[in-house]
Design a protein around this ligand. Structure first.
Ligand SMILES: Nc1ncnc2c1ncn2[C@@H]1O[C@H](COP(=O)(O)OP(=O)(O)O)[C@@H](O)[C@H]1O
Ligand SMILES: [Mg+2]
Length: 256
């Protein structure tokens, strides 16, 4: 009989190329594999194609060439509903993601749409809100919450789908230091594969053992985050700047 096989990678992007309808080519053959349980930072200058890549992961954009697979399942029109359950994207602006009268309804929306009802649905909502420390806000209107709390609820809306991979676009942007810290603790506590687009290099170092650089539509570096951030020439070449006084060598990286 066949040997027991390792689980399919959470994400396998292969030869992905894409041009926007106006002819502007944004991706030129992206290859990226993320194993189950990894946390990977996706770095790169503005305009590199990061958001374009993210929009391919759940089929919002349709590959010009190449393939994307999520836990082995190809992203294509026939299985978009399943793909959207497996890929939880947290967009930069939580207000794009929260639109119901209460936090509970926002978090219930996806699981209810995929058929969960009654006690099972309620348990799923509570579980997701507990994961982000927002359970006691279930009955509040999202627009009464702070920005940091709204971002956590946005994370809960995708966790409620029990995704194979959590994709975050700039999770630390617009957060005050305390909210930034709280979100880091939450992300570290989750048992889920993470791909995190960020310009916040200390955040990448703190949360993601591995980082890749997307530049001009291709992956140009893929390494331990600490090694990557210590490579001054590489960093300069991709317009990646560490905050004043931040020394990536001085950080003891706790991998899990
Ligand atoms: N809707 C669009 N139509 C045409 N070009 C676009 C569109 N959206 C983005 N682009 C271009 O594609 C490239 C990659 O953009 P994007 O993926 O947003 O980069 P990033 O997220 O890394 O800043 C940029 O040159 C950008 O101007
Ligand atoms: Mg972007």
């Amino acid at each position: 009989m066949s040997q027991p096989t390792a689980p399919a990678p959470s994400l396998e992007v292969s030869g992905l190329a894409y041009a926007y309808p106006d002819g502007h080519q944004a991706l030129f053959g992206v290859d990226l594999t993320v194993a189950r349980g990894e946390r990977v930072a996706l770095l790169g200058p503005n305009g590199a194609g990061k958001t374009t890549l993210v929009l391919h992961l759940n089929g919002i954009l349709d590959a010009g060439a190449g393939t994307v697979r999520v836990a082995g399942l190809p992203v294509d029109k026939r299985n978009l509903a399943e793909i959207r359950r497996r890929v939880g994207i947290v967009f930069q602006d939580p207000d794009d993601q929260l639109f119901m009268p209460t936090v509970r309804e926002d978090v219930a929306f996806g699981p209810a749409a995929s058929g969960l009802r009654g006690a099972e649905l309620e348990a799923r909502v509570t579980e997701a809100l507990e994961q982000v420390g927002m359970a006691e806000y279930a009955n509040r209107p999202p627009h009464h919450l702070s920005f940091g709390q709204r971002r956590r609820v946005a994370v809960a809306t995708v966790l409620a789908m029990r995704p194979e991979i959590l994709v975050l676009d700039e999770p630390s942007s617009n957060l005050d230091p305390a909210s930034r810290r709280e979100l880091a603790d939450i992300l570290r506590s989750l048992d889920v594969t993470v791909l995190m687009v960020t310009h916040d290099l200390p955040y990448a170092l703190e949360l993601c053992p591995r980082a890749v650089i997307l530049s001009e539509g291709v992956i140009t570096a893929d390494d331990r985050t600490q090694d990557l951030l210590c490579d001054e020439k590489l960093m300069r070449a991709h317009r990646l700047e560490l905050p004043f006084g931040f020394d990536p060598r001085s950080v003891t990286v706790n991998m899990r």
